[in-house]
Structure formats: structure tokens, C-alpha cells
Design a binder for this molecule. Structure first.
Ligand SMILES: [Zn+2]
Length: 431
């Protein structure tokens, strides 16, 4: 799906026309109501939104961001401007949002927008009600319990609550309490809290120990009083974007997803049970292999895609076995129970020559059919051990040519150039 522009004003359209732009992202669409130039043309007073509009649209924005966060969407959301409205919208709601914005902009009708907020708002008040409870997965919420707990903690903080909580397979145990700072603030500025009464302080207290934790833990110190741990601060700037390609990897919503991605990048993909690997540590998967193998290659392909922030993956599993006119194939390298290397190639017949000097252009015009590398990837901890070299040799041997005859996809990355130079110091074929 590419960007879509819907004009709100009748034709002919110009840059002054009001429009709704829908921009697809990975897990949501960005919907922008843009009237910047329209306001310039008609004047601020004549193009003002109803006063309640901002409040309602802010609410809807937060509802969607909450829902996306609960879904594990880790994008960072920013918005701003009085002349355009940006919403991050889960795909199933895009059409409804367009209709609602159109009604606001053309008819100053807020009813649809407000109804949508009412319909989609998450039951945060209920989730953060006082008392110790188990919120059950499937009944009270649908997300993964760890994701849900992370989300709830964040939501609790926004309300000045401290959330004792623990995720289990069945759901999430919670005991929300007013944070000490919030209690002080409420005592000092009661008028600011008139519409948000304190439901937590005088809630009936459960005198039993906090249920999710095992009683035994309390007695492990043998009853002797422990000295509290000391805390201090040092200047530290740890990285936020990980070399595995995950941006803001340690941010609130990155944690679980990043660990999964990082594991694939660093140690490779654990072989699934439905794969029966024959003799030899390299498997050659084609577009006609079974779906289990095609999917395996597609999963491994996610690692280089993310690491290099490519828009497209180098291997699609496809719906059914299908011949490939260029004999596209993936070489998977196995070590013990992991796939740790990956080479995708096809047989192509348009190549040029390159002497591997970055300042020299490609030359010549070769129409011979050559095994042509699209991408090579090796799991991070296994790099610089000759695995890429071995994969290229396997490709060349299968084709029946020396490794110097292989063609490389351009632009050749720096690590690719090092590998190519080691295999073919006099220069390489490129496509
Ligand atoms: Zn990482």
C-alpha cells in the first residue's frame, strides 16, 4: 500500500485544497488531515475548528496509541500543529477515521468523532481500580500478559499511580496505589483533582501478604533484618539503537520484541521441529521447496532485512511452490540446532566488471549466465570465521564454476567487498 491522498474540497484541486493523507507504516497507518494552505487562503477566523474539536481529537489519538502499544507497536508517536491533525490508526479503523474527520472538517460535526472515542476507549479506570485483582487474559484483555503489564504500568504512571503487578500465564495481578508524590500533590492542589477523586487511599486494604509472591520468599533471610541497598547515580550514555537494527531497543515498548530480534541476529534461528534436515550443514531452499522450508528461509531473511533496514525482504515464503525463472534459491548454513548463515542467489545474465576500487566505475557488458548473489548474511557472533566464504564456494560449486565467476549485487557493502576481495582479489563481476 502506498500513500493515499483524499481531497475534501471539490475539483479542481490545488495545494490549497483540504485533504486527508493516509500513509502506511508497518503496524499502523498515519492519517493526516491537512488544511495548512487552506487556512492561509481563507484566514484563521473563517477556518477555525469548533472549540471542542481539539479535546476530542486528542482523546482519539491517545485511544489509538494505547491500542497500538498494547499490540506491541513500538513506533514513537509525534504530532503537532493546529493546521493539521495527525492520527496513528490501527488498519481496521482507517476508513472510519477518514469519515469522522471528513464530517468534522466539512460539516463541523463532532458526533462521529466523540462516538468513536467512546466506543474504542480502553477500560483504564476499571483496570486501575483500587484493590488487588487478577485481570484475566481473554476475559479482561487480549494482549500478551507481559506486554499488557508494561502498558498498564505506563498508564498508571500517567495517572500518578504506582502499580504493583505481576504477569502470569493466566493474566496479570495488579494492586494500584497512589504514589507518594501524587498523594502530596493531591493534598497541596485539591482543586486540580476535583474531577479525579482519590479512589485508592481509603480503599479496603487486604491484610494478607501480596498474593502473587510466594510467602516463602519473605522468610529466606531467616528473620534477620536486612540492610537496605544503597543507590547512586553515575553519568552514563548507553546506546539506544542496537546493532541488530532495532531502534530505541531499550525503550518501554521495545523490550520483549527487541530481545527476540536480537537473538535471531546474534545467534541465528533455532531450527523448528517441522524441519527434517538431511546430511550436510547446508540446505538449498528453492521457490519450489515445501512451505516449511520456504518459511524457514523467510524467517532467517528477517535478520539481514532488519539489520540493514531494508524495505524489502530478500526471501518471500510465497503461497505455494512455484518455479522461478531465474532459479532463485537460498543457502542455509546450519550449526548444531541453529541456522547461522544465509545466502540468496539467482542465475542472471547481465553483468559488469569491477576491480573493487571504490573510485573506479564498473566496466564492460557481460551476458553470460552467472550465479548471482543477492545477499549474504551470517549471525553476528559467527562472523569473521570464513562462513560467508564457504557459502559462496557452495554456490559456485553447485553451478560448476570457480568462485571468481560469481556475480555480486550492487552496491556491494563494505563487508561484502572484504569477502569478495578475499575470494577474487583481481576484481569481481557485479549486477
Ligand atoms: Zn539488538
Amino acid at each position: 500500500m502506498t500513500e493515499q491522498v483524499l481531497f475534501l474540497d471539490p475539483e479542481p484541486h490545488s495545494y490549497r485544497s483540504r485533504k486527508i493523507v493516509i500513509r502506511p507504516a508497518r503496524r499502523h497507518a498515519v492519517v493526516v488531515l491537512d488544511r495548512d494552505d487552506y487556512v492561509d487562503a481563507h484566514g484563521e477566523e473563517n477556518a477555525a475548528w469548533p472549540p471542542e474539536f481539539h479535546d476530542a481529537v486528542d482523546k482519539l489519538r491517545m485511544v489509538f496509541i494505547d491500542r497500538l502499544s498494547l499490540d506491541g507497536d513500538s513506533a514513537s508517536f509525534v504530532w503537532g500543529g493546529d493546521r493539521w491533525i495527525t492520527l496513528y490508526v490501527p488498519y481496521p479503523y482507517v476508513d472510519d477515521v477518514v469519515e469522522v474527520l471528513r464530517a468534522v472538517e466539512l460539516d463541523a460535526d463532532l458526533s462521529g468523532l466523540e462516538a468513536m472515542v467512546g466506543r474504542l476507549a480502553l477500560p483504564l479506570d476499571e483496570w486501575l481500580a483500587p484493590g488487588e485483582r487478577l485481570l484475566r487474559r481473554g476475559a479482561d484483555f487480549d494482549a500478551r500478559p507481559t506486554t499488557f503489564l508494561r502498558f498498564l504500568r505506563h498508564a498508571a504512571r500517567r495517572q500518578g499511580l504506582r502499580l504493583n503487578g505481576r504477569a502470569t500465564a493466566a493474566g496479570v495481578w495488579v494492586r494500584p496505589q497512589l504514589s507518594p508524590a501524587e498523594r502530596l500533590s493531591r493534598a497541596a492542589f485539591p482543586e486540580e483533582y476535583r474531577d479525579r477523586p482519590d479512589r485508592w487511599t481509603d480503599a479496603p486494604q487486604d491484610e494478607r501478604p501480596w498474593r502473587p509472591f510466594d510467602e516463602r520468599i519473605r522468610d529466606q533471610d531467616g528473620g534477620r533484618a536486612a540492610v537496605p541497598v544503597a543507590f547512586r547515580n553515575v553519568a552514563a550514555r548507553p546506546l539506544s539503537d542496537c546493532p541488530c537494527g532495532f531502534q530505541n531497543a531499550f525503550g518501554e515498548f521495545g523490550v520483549g520484541r527487541h530481545e527476540q530480534q536480537h537473538q535471531l541476529w546474534s545467534i541465528g534461528l533455532r531450527l523448528p521441529k517441522n524441519i527434517s534436515w538431511g546430511r550436510g550443514n547446508v540446505a538449498v531452499v528453492t521457490t519450489q521447496s515445501s512451505v516449511a522450508w520456504r518459511r524457514l528461509a523467510a524467517k532467517v531473511a528477517m535478520a539481514p532485512k532488519r539489520e540493514n533496514r531494508y524495505d524489502f525482504t530478500s526471501w518471500e515464503a510465497g503461497n505455494r511452490p512455484e518455479p522461478s525463472s531465474t532459479n532463485r534459491r537460498a543457502y542455509l548454513l546450519r550449526s548444531v540446532e541453529y541456522v547461522i548463515g544465509y545466502l540468496v542467489a539467482a542465475d542472471l545474465d547481465r553483468h559488469q566488471r569491477w576491480n573493487l576500487d571504490p573510485d573506479t566505475p564498473y566496466t564492460g557488458d557481460d551476458t553470460g549466465t552467472r550465479p548471482s548473489i543477492d545477499l549474504i548474511w551470517v549471525a553476528a557472533i559467527h562472523r569473521a570465521r570464513g562462513l560467508g566464504n564457504a557459502l559462496v564456494h557452495a554456490l559456485a560449486e553447485d553451478f560448476g564454476c570457480p568462485a571468481t565467476d560469481v556475480s555480486w549485487s550492487t552496491p556491494v557493502s563494505e563487508s561484502g567487498q572484504r569477502l569478495a576481495r578475499s575470494l577474487s582479489p583481481q576484481g569481481i563481476w557485479v549486477h
